[in-house]
Design a binder for this molecule. Structure first.
Ligand SMILES: [Zn+2]
Length: 207
């Protein structure tokens, strides 16, 4: 091998070396670039996933709160509760002198404590406020529950015609007016306006 040939071979080897080196770098970059991209995509997916996970947990929390709301019983304000119970029309220190029967469509009530207040058994409106020879001073109250209450022999009345009354409100005082032999309340309940094609109801079924 002469010197010229040797130099040429070295040159060729050198150039080939540079070419290989450059290719290596290019390949290196070529290999790194997709890797870097794929990492970015993975990161992006991971970010999306974690974002979705956050969203899901948020929805779950909302659902739990909604379920709790459904399970909670909302208290009804007392003024909106319809009171269907009946109040006793006299003092609670009372006695019964005549019970309800076919010839007496009422109960006669006396009191022992001197409290002669008459209380409306239920809320309603006064539809009759008058005097009659047998019932004496009497009131008819058309109650909100659909029944009519008749209070007879009152000494006086504290409510008047068309007046609205509430359960427990004092409507008058026990007396002996009309066809009566002593101070008592003739308390009578009807399913329509009393003695006008209606039927009396035994008051005891409400107590
Ligand atoms: Zn009576």
């Amino acid at each position: 091998m002469n010197k010229n040939k040797s130099k040429k071979l070295m040159k060729t080897n050198f150039l080939c070396g540079i070419l290989l080196f450059t290719t290596g770098i290019m390949l290196e970059y070529g290999a790194t670039l997709p890797d870097a991209l794929s990492v970015d995509i993975l990161n992006a997916d991971a970010m999306n996933l974690s974002f979705m996970e956050v969203d899901t947990s948020y929805e779950k929390k909302e659902k739990v709160v909604e379920q709790k709301k459904e399970e909670t019983v909302t208290p009804v304000p007392m003024q909106n509760v319809i009171d269907t119970s009946w109040g006793w029309p006299t003092s609670l220190n009372y006695g019964i002198t005549t019970q309800y029967h076919s010839g007496h469509p009422a109960i006669d009530i006396i009191v022992y404590d001197g409290n002669y207040n008459i209380y409306s058994a239920s809320s309603g409106v006064v539809v009759t406020d008058t005097y009659k020879w047998d019932g004496g001073n009497y009131l008819v109250i058309q109650q909100d529950n659909g029944y009519y209450a008749l209070y007879c022999h009152l000494s006086d009345k504290t409510v008047g015609l068309n007046q609205r009354v509430e359960k427990g409100q004092i409507i008058g005082h026990m007396g002996s007016t009309g066809l009566s032999t002593g101070v008592h309340l003739h308390y009578s309940i009807w399913d329509g306006y009393p003695y006008h094609g209606s039927s009396s109801v035994n008051p005891w079924i409400f107590y």
